[in-house]
Design a protein around this ligand. Structure first.
Ligand code: EPZ
Length: 417
């Protein structure tokens, strides 16, 4: 447990290189067990979810070592095919190992990941995808059990563009005999990144970034090097922080197109956005304008992960801003905590109506999930006085030394454990 002490009232100034993407590196780490080769990953962020993934790889018999932002995985000696509750309880997205373990071992036993702070997190689409590739799937005593004497390529239809289910299908299909066509696939940049990594592992695959991904199998390779893409949600977080606290910040090392839906909203609220091939600059002076309706959708729509962040950026904007959260059931948990800081938020089911206030006030608040915690830090930066955020490790799951990153931009944040 740690307490973030955030002093409000300091605008953010300067430039920041964006960390490696949590939601890109997690499926890539799972995919390293596909071909039993050595993999060197660079630009790997120091995150609790990454550490949990490395522990899962070690529990399966792989070697996994980190030196700075370089992670080396050697999955030649993989022996296990079971991931227990002790590990899936640490990281809900452990389900992303299902396809890789099944493809490599012919079977997989993974403790049900369970819901999380965002609400129930079903895995039916993951299991249907494994069945579509010829696996026998059952749930035995709270464990997902998949068996397949060889996977068979074929059509895999996803009823929802689930990011994780798309990733599991892509990975498992690499080991299937014959061609697989995944339809209804998620189109997130992290899916395109995973296709790039799987191709580096020897996969014959195309279509990532569109709703149809075709996989024709894999020719194993011996050794692979891969650099993790920048984290678009961390970039969105810093953009929203600047919108709330004011200032002039340049983000480096990212593809601005990956945060287009967020920067478009901020520009419409009165922020000034300028972009180049691998940089994005935001300038915010004076009060932003509300009056927007922000609807979360699968990529390239407005990302659900940026909803709490944009909510924080909207709290002092003049007028009303309406949010519609269509991806997760309980993604407004930050609202109660933000209201303690003086925000005016009315929750109506999937909608949240923000009425802009002149000022926010620092007080004691608590992080209840990863992006909700980030939203409270953003609000603290734009509040008067000190905000003490109680965090039970949520923020460190997705943000690498975020206090240092923000302090380098002029924020005044101290963390005490
Ligand atoms: C990924 O989660 C991300 N996590 C999430 O980021 C992100 O919010 C989410 O995609 C949506 O973009 C990682 O990549 C590690 P989904 P995932 O399957 O794959 C329903 C963060 O803050 N669904 O696309 O778990 C599900 O209930 C995290 O970094 C089923 O119904 O999300 C949800 O309503 C939070 N059945 C919707 O699909 C299934 O089998 C989207 O979920 C799977 C999902």
């Amino acid at each position: 447990m740690s307490i973030w002490r955030v002093q409000g009232g300091y605008p953010l100034e300067g430039s920041l290189t964006i960390q490696g993407a949590k939601n890109a590196v997690l499926p890539v780490l799972a995919a390293t067990i596909l071909t039993g080769c050595e993999t060197e990953l660079t630009n790997v962020p120091a995150l609790r979810d990454v550490e949990a993934s490395l522990d899962i790889l070690r529990s399966l018999g792989c070697a996994a070592d980190r030196r700075g932002d370089v992670v080396n995985i050697d999955s030649r000696d993989l022996t296990g095919c079971r991931i227990g509750r002790d590990l899936t309880g640490r990281m809900r997205s452990s389900i992303i190992f299902l396809g890789a373990v099944l493809a490599r071992c012919g079977q997989a036993r993974i403790a049900m990941p369970g819901g999380c702070e965002l609400g129930p997190r079903p895995v039916d689409l993951h299991l249907a995808a494994m069945e579509a590739l010829g696996a026998e799937v059952s749930v035995e005593r709270d464990e997902i059990v998949c068996r397949a004497d060889g996977l068979t390529g074929g059509p895999v239809r996803l009823d929802l563009p689930s990011v994780g289910a798309t990733e599991n299908a892509m990975i498992a299909a690499c080991a299937a005999k014959g061609e697989s066509v995944i339809t209804g696939a998620a189109r997130e940049p992290e899916i395109v990144e995973l296709q790039g990594f799987l191709r580096a592992l020897g996969a014959d695959m195309e279509g990532a970034g569109t709703p149809v991904i075709t996989v024709r199998g894999m020719r194993p390779v011996r050794r692979v090097g891969w650099r993790v893409m920048p984290d678009r949600i961390v970039a969105a977080t810093v953009l929203c922080a600047c919108a709330c606290a004011g200032g002039d910040v340049e983000l480096r090392g990212l593809d601005p197109a990956h945060v287009q839906s967020v920067s478009d909203q901020l520009a419409a609220m009165g922020a000034r956005l300028d972009a180049g091939a691998r940089w994005l600059r935001i300038r915010c002076q004076g009060r932003l304008r509300g009056g927007r309706t922000i609807v979360t959708e699968p990529y390239p729509g407005f990302p659900t992960d940026a909803q709490p962040l944009m909510m924080a950026a909207s709290l002092k904007a003049a007028g009303q801003t309406v949010f519609e959260e269509n991806i997760f059931e309980h993604r407004y948990r930050q609202a109660v905590q933000l209201a303690r800081m003086g925000a005016d938020i009315r929750l109506e089911g999937r909608r949240a109506v923000i009425t802009g206030v002149e000022r926010l006030y620092g007080t004691r608040v608590e992080a209840e999930d990863l992006r909700g915690g980030a939203a409270l830090i953003i609000a603290g930066l734009g509040a008067e006085g000190q905000t003490d955020l109680l965090d039970r490790g949520h923020v460190a799951r997705g943000y690498e030394r975020f206090d240092r990153a923000l302090n380098a931009l002029g924020a005044h944040i101290e963390i005490t454990d």
